[in-house]
Structure formats: C-alpha cells, structure tokens
Design a protein. Structure first.
Length: 322
C-alpha cells in the first residue's frame, strides 16, 4: 500500500515539474495574432466600394439608437438621416469608416459607437443574367467564364450558347462561345473575369427593334417574341410631349429587301380601344415617332428622318449581329 501511494505522488510531482518546464515565449518573440476584424466580423482590409451594401448600426454607449441598410453611391457617398448629410465612405477601410462615422456622430450622439457590416460587395462579385440562373457570385479567387457558368448550373434550355456576352464596368463587351470553350477549357476563349463583370446569356426568343424620334431614350432594344409596339415604346421611355402620336410609323424590312411601312395612330388606340393598332413586333422592326410640325414641311422632314433612321438602324443591327 505504501508503495502504491508513493507511486501516485511521484507521478503527480513529475506532471507538475513538466508543466513548469514548458518554456514561455521570450520578450523578443511575438505570438501570432488573429487578423484584425471590424465590427462586422469582416477582415478590416476590405475597402468600401461603390454599390457595396452596408449595414450601419449606431450606438449611444451600449444602447442602439439607429440602424440603416445603405448602398454606397457611385461617388462613394452614403446618406445617413441621423446626420442629415452625405458621408464619403468610398475608398476607406472598414475600421476607418467606423471611426469617421463615430467622429461625425459626436455632434448628435453621446458616447457614439458605430459598427459597419458589409452585406454584399459589388466590387468583389460577378453576375449572370439572361437565359441562365440569375446570380451574384463572390469573386474570392480567380474565376473564368466557363467555371462561372458551370457554377450557376449552366445555360438554360433555349439559350444561344455561342453568343454569350461579358459586359465589363468600362462598357466593353466580349463574346464567349460556350460550346467552343467547353471543348477546350484551357483555350484563350475561356478568359478570366473581372470584378463587376456581367455574363449575359441571350435566348433564342430574343430579337432587336429600334426606336427613334420623339421618345425618351432612342436606341436598340432587346425584345421577346410576342412583344408589341407599346412594349418597345415603354422600354424607350415612352414618347415626349412634342411627339405626334397619331403618325407613328412602323418600318418592317422584308426578305426581298423592300421595307413595309405601317402607320399607327396611338391616339386612336387609346381613345377607341382599337387594340389592332398595337402591332406584334418582329426582328429588325424600326419604330419612329415624328415631332409635331407644320403641314407643309412635315412630309419632307418625315422622309429625310426616315431615310436617316433606316441607314442608322441598319448600321446598329449589323453591329449587334457582329
């Protein structure tokens, strides 16, 4: 029994001695520290960018006084009602943004503390749109077009897979052939995406019409089969106060090269409910609403305008097809 007790005490003494023998870090050594976090829990190296969605929570001491979900504007500013002003947060690290807001809050909040959380970051995302699952995907690692499309489930049925467009923030548009890249993923065709890129997958049901004249935003618009005249006008921002809505012209290029002209009186459409005037659109249609003018000069003005419109429209269609 005595031997057994002695053994137990010997083991306890050895454990205590070994625990005390573990070396402590010297004063010259630095223990590794965790990365600094903002109040959001996000690494503080994140820079606030335009279109970031922020959650801003304001405290007076330990009491929450305000909470806002704000999208950073294109100029980097965020409007905060409790300060009654825009605050420039773009380009700041999260801790810097929190300190700036706390400094500004001192004028209206006692012992202010502000926590900024990034709910989503446009600058760190790429987007899919069209005949594909419409998603925003975080760009945490380098990502190529083919990998992004596969990540969201691939093109849907009816997609035009050889005419996918990648639209960048600078306005540039690059074409992507899904079938070709899928056969050879390592080719230059499968290029790297940049933050903010939008991958647009068109559908076979899409076509283009052009709207000119007295409308809010003249230009070329993508439509879907079954869309009508009023659908295109709504996309173009409707007509202006100077528009002669009784003399809308629908120009329809035929297969023989001849252009069919259909007149549409929108006033009659609304006054009498004549829905036949709201024509079904076709690929290549051109809509033109003339301005109100004198009866003498109007025919000449209309002829020249339509001629110019047809030449310009043809050039636009060719560029879109290319």
């Amino acid at each position: 029994m005595r031997c057994s007790r002695f053994s137990v005490w010997a083991i306890i003494a050895a454990v205590i001695w070994l625990a005390g023998a573990v070396p402590e870090p010297s004063s010259g050594q630095e223990t590794p520290s965790a990365p600094e976090l903002s109040g959001s829990g996000m690494v503080s190296t994140h820079v606030v960018n335009p279109l970031d969605k922020l959650l801003i929570v304001v405290y007076a001491g330990e009491i929450q006084t305000a909470e806002y979900q704000k999208v950073v504007q294109s100029d980097g500013s965020v409007y905060l009602p409790y300060l009654e002003r825009d605050v420039q947060l773009g380009g700041l690290l999260l801790p810097e943004a929190e300190r700036l807001l706390e400094e500004l809050s001192r004028a209206v909040v006692r012992e202010p503390r502000v926590v900024v959380t990034v709910l989503s970051s446009f600058a760190q995302s790429v987007f899919t749109y069209g005949r594909i699952a419409n998603r925003a995907v975080d760009l945490n690692t380098p990502l190529r077009v083919l990998q992004l499309i596969a990540q969201v489930g691939g093109p849907l049925e009816g997609a035009i897979q050889d005419s996918i467009r990648v639209i960048s923030n600078d306005g540039s548009v690059r074409l992507f052939d899904f079938r070709k890249a899928n056969r050879n993923p390592d080719s230059e065709e499968n290029f790297l995406l940049k933050a903010g890129d939008i991958v647009f997958v068109p559908t076979a049901d899409d076509f283009t019409v052009m709207v000119f004249g007295e409308v809010g935003n003249a230009g070329a618009y993508r439509m879907q089969y079954g869309d009508r005249l009023l659908d295109a006008l709504l996309k173009a921002g409707s007509w202006t106060s100077n528009a002669d809505v009784r003399k809308l012209r629908l120009l329809r290029p035929g297969k023989s090269g001849r252009v069919e002209t259909v007149q549409a009186d929108l006033k009659r459409l609304f006054d009498r409910g004549d829905y036949r005037i709201n024509h079904v659109l076709q690929d290549g249609d051109i809509l033109y609403i003339p301005a109100k003018g004198s009866p003498i000069l109007q025919p000449t003005y209309t002829f020249l305008s339509i001629l110019y419109m047809m030449i310009t429209g043809y050039a636009v269609v060719q560029s879109l097809n290319d």
